[in-house]
Design a protein around this ligand. Structure first.
Ligand SMILES: Cc1cc2nc3c(=O)[nH]c(=O)nc-3n(C[C@H](O)[C@H](O)[C@H](O)COP(=O)(O)O)c2cc1C
Length: 180
């Protein structure tokens, strides 16, 4: 199964980017995953939506060719980081590449409640008519205090979350097969 992982943070040393790489490596026998960054996407503008810049076309095409999308995102100011919201806005117009796409969310933040508010807002946006993505129900992966969850070599080492991820990944794969 071909899955795109969208990283909600643009910074080079992003924990969410590291978690995305961890997921890609750990589940490589179950899912073929490709990580997409948001760094090259311009800010959405209706004036250019019919013929958007190439980075937007390439980003949307990758999503279109995938069988599902995973979000690995931080929370910014109790909500969705602007870069990720911008990407969703691009996907909501013209070719609506997230429509009916099975998605799930993994969120890491430095706060105690690990992106709970961002995830709640993200689910709301995924459910908008223009986006119309499907989201794995009943499975939340909230990783708080993310800065404390890597070993000295930079390897993600939070066993509780890893067990949770193992379960959610299996739930996601079963769910995608069911809804196909
Ligand atoms: C603009 C901004 C707003 C933030 N707002 C929140 C927040 O609302 N809740 C939270 O838990 N952490 C917040 N943080 C801290 C992030 O969780 C932390 O910087 C995290 O490492 C960002 O993810 P990244 O490592 O993938 O870039 C914020 C950080 C920034 C830069």
């Amino acid at each position: 199964m071909k899955i795109i992982i969208i990283v909600g943070s643009l910074r080079k040393e992003s924990y969410n980017r590291k978690v995305a790489h961890f997921i890609k490596e750990r589940y490589k026998d179950k899912l073929e995953m490709e990580i997409l960054l948001l760094n090259d996407l311009p800010v959405f503008n209706e004036d250019i939506e019919e013929n958007p810049p190439n980075p937007v076309k390439e980003f949307k095409e990758k999503i279109k060719q995938s069988e599902g999308v995973l979000f690995s995102t931080p929370e910014y100011n109790h909500s969705i980081p602007g870069g990720l919201k911008n990407a969703l806005d691009w996907c909501s117009r013209g070719d609506r590449v997230l429509s009916k796409k099975p998605t799930f969310i993994v969120g890491s933040s430095s706060g105690d409640i690990g992106t709970a508010r961002c995830q709640s807002d993200l689910r709301k946006v995924l459910d908008c008519p223009g986006v119309a993505a499907l989201n794995l129900p009943g499975n939340h992966v909230l990783i708080g205090n993310i800065q404390d969850k890597f070993d000295q070599n930079g390897k993600f080492n939070d066993d509780t979350t890893i067990k949770r991820l193992d379960k959610v990944l299996d739930n996601y794969i079963d769910w995608v097969k069911k809804i196909k």
